[in-house]
Design a protein around this ligand. Structure first.
Ligand SMILES: CC(=O)SCCNC(=O)CCNC(=O)[C@H](O)C(C)(C)COP(=O)(O)OP(=O)(O)OC[C@H]1O[C@@H](n2cnc3c(N)ncnc32)[C@H](O)[C@@H]1OP(=O)(O)O
Length: 183
């Protein structure tokens, strides 16, 4: 397997690999264009997003600046809105459903490292896929940790750190995020 194949499969991989380094550089070039697009040129920004992302439905709106590692691992449904300054670390697949809203500075981190220092210092990284269900709302500055699945219609409160899967139709808040009510 190549390092890219290992990365997408959720296995330990070497991020310093030449192919992955080139892919991240290509991603940064596209992000530079997107984040510096003139506000009157919405078509330019939409064209860059179409090149950047693995797939997206109609009605996608992302407010700049936006940051991610690769882009091709991110798929987005219809009518998705991401507010300013969202960050998606996407060595592993990220799927965002239809009608999802992100507040400002939402972070989705699929990337992680071994907790054991000796293993971590050897260098390999790991990506665990994240998904956000249809109609979910992620409040500003929330952090979605590696491997988490957020359910349909769920609300993640501002500032929550989500370490476990979120069921459908609940509000979660806090660090670590806990269910505060059913919807
Ligand atoms: C596209 C965009 O999204 S742009 C707008 C960006 N805006 C945001 O990010 C705002 C996100 N909104 C929130 O975080 C809100 O507080 C919500 C949606 C979670 C409120 O949900 P509700 O179910 O109405 O909760 P409610 O306000 O009744 O509070 C219930 C309890 O949760 C607590 N709570 C509410 N919000 C939070 C929070 N962000 N973090 C921790 N606890 C919270 C309340 O203090 C309350 O606790 P108490 O019962 O001990 O008094």
């Amino acid at each position: 397997m190549t390092e890219k194949e290992k990365m997408i499969a959720g296995q330990l991989y070497n991020a310093g690999d030449a192919e992955l380094t080139a892919l991240r550089l290509a991603c940064r070039r596209l992000l530079h264009s997107f984040n510096h697009a003139h506000p009157d040129n919405a078509a330019d920004a939409a064209g860059v997003l179409a090149q950047l992302l693995g797939g997206s439905g109609a009605g996608l709106q992302i407010m700049p600046p936006f940051h991610c590692d690769y882009g091709f691992n991110i798929t987005v449904g219809c009518n998705v809105f991401m507010n300013y300054n969202c960050i998606i670390l996407d060595p592993a697949p990220v799927h965002i459903g239809d009608n999802v809203m992100f507040g400002p500075s939402v972070s989705l981190y699929t990337a992680t490292h071994p907790a054991d220092a000796a293993k971590r210092l050897e260098g390999p990284e790991l990506g665990l896929a994240i998904s956000v269900g249809d109609n979910a709302w992620i409040g500003g500055a929330a952090i979605i940790c590696p491997g988490v699945q957020v359910g349909r219609n769920a609300v993640v409160a501002a500032g929550a750190v989500v370490t476990r899967d979120v069921p459908d139709n609940v509000v979660v808040a806090g660090n670590p995020a806990r269910i505060i009510r059913q919807l």
